[in-house]
Design a protein around this ligand. Structure first.
Ligand code: F6R
Length: 260
């Protein structure tokens, strides 16, 4: 795993945008795995800027969201389908038919989860899967205790995650209790995992995921098993990493032709 510690969240956004842009320009109809929440927003803004100002084209790119709330209509402003369209894909030259996510409004969410897993198998592999991390170490909505080989399924959010996400809703009670999320095994099929986090609230989870034991109690620790995982964090989110000096040293001495 490569850990990239940068001074600010804006710096992290630029590096994550570099990685996604390289996948877009280097692949034929590449598949990008997208996360929602606050963590990826600066990277998305940077990609939109590069598209607008520098002509970076996303023509032919297909996108797959990590997860979705169960029970929100697809046009609800906080459904992850709406969020990803608003924050990213509608501002790029990506065909809306190529923007995918689990169907949280399906009459049977269990069926929707199975169908999404199959879709990912049929259309994959994902070239780059972007990830945030929850304060409790979740990735996607794989809450602590999730099987390290899990596939897309319905999960029940912890009360902590519901409280953390209440900022996006009018009332805390409006946060759905259930989600459909790619499993840890699903996520692991992506060719490159890129986890980004900023701020002191993520420091403990980042340290547990990167340097703690491999355990279902910290789902982000599953990155330790992946052959190509990159963790891009600002100084505040890196504050509890014991090997931080080594990660900085490694970054400073990267070979010129050694990509992230
Ligand atoms: C969202 C997702 C979650 C978030 C995590 C962090 O699609 O999968 O794992 O990445 O909850 O959320 P933020 O970035 O809002 O702190």
């Amino acid at each position: 795993m490569e850990v990239v510690i940068l001074p600010t969240p804006e710096d992290c956004g630029r590096v994550v945008a570099d990685i996604l842009a390289a996948a877009v320009t280097g692949g034929d109809r590449p598949v990008l795995g997208l996360a929602t929440g606050s963590s990826p927003l600066l990277a998305y803004r940077e990609l939109v800027r590069r598209h607008r100002d520098e002509g970076l084209s996303f023509a032919g790119v297909r996108t797959f969201n990590l997860d979705e709330y169960v029970g929100l209509p697809p046009d609800h402003p906080e459904s992850y389908r709406s969020v990803i369209r608003r924050e990213l894909t509608s501002q790029l030259d990506i065909d809306d038919a190529d923007v995918h996510g689990p169907d949280g409004a399906h009459p049977d969410p269990l069926v929707a989860a199975r169908e999404y897993e199959q879709r990912l198998r049929d259309d994959g592999p994902v070239a780059v899967q972007l990830l945030g991390i929850g304060a409790n170490g979740h990735i996607g909505f794989n809450e602590p205790g999730s099987s390290l080989t899990s596939v897309t399924r319905v999960k029940t959010l912890t009360e902590q995650t519901r409280r953390d996400n209440a900022r996006f809703f009018d009332r805390p009670d409006d946060v759905p209790r259930h989600v459909i999320t790619q499993g840890l095994g699903t996520i692991a099929r992506a060719e490159h995992l890129v986890l980004t986090a900023s701020g002191p609230g993520k420091a403990a989870a980042v340290a547990a995921g990167v340097e703690g034991p491999l355990t279902a109690s910290c789902p982000a620790s599953a990155l330790q098993l992946h052959p190509h995982a990159t963790v891009v964090v600002d100084e505040a989110a890196a504050a509890r990493l014991e090997r931080a000096d080594y990660y900085r040293y490694t970054l400073a001495h990267k070979l010129p032709h050694q990509p992230f």
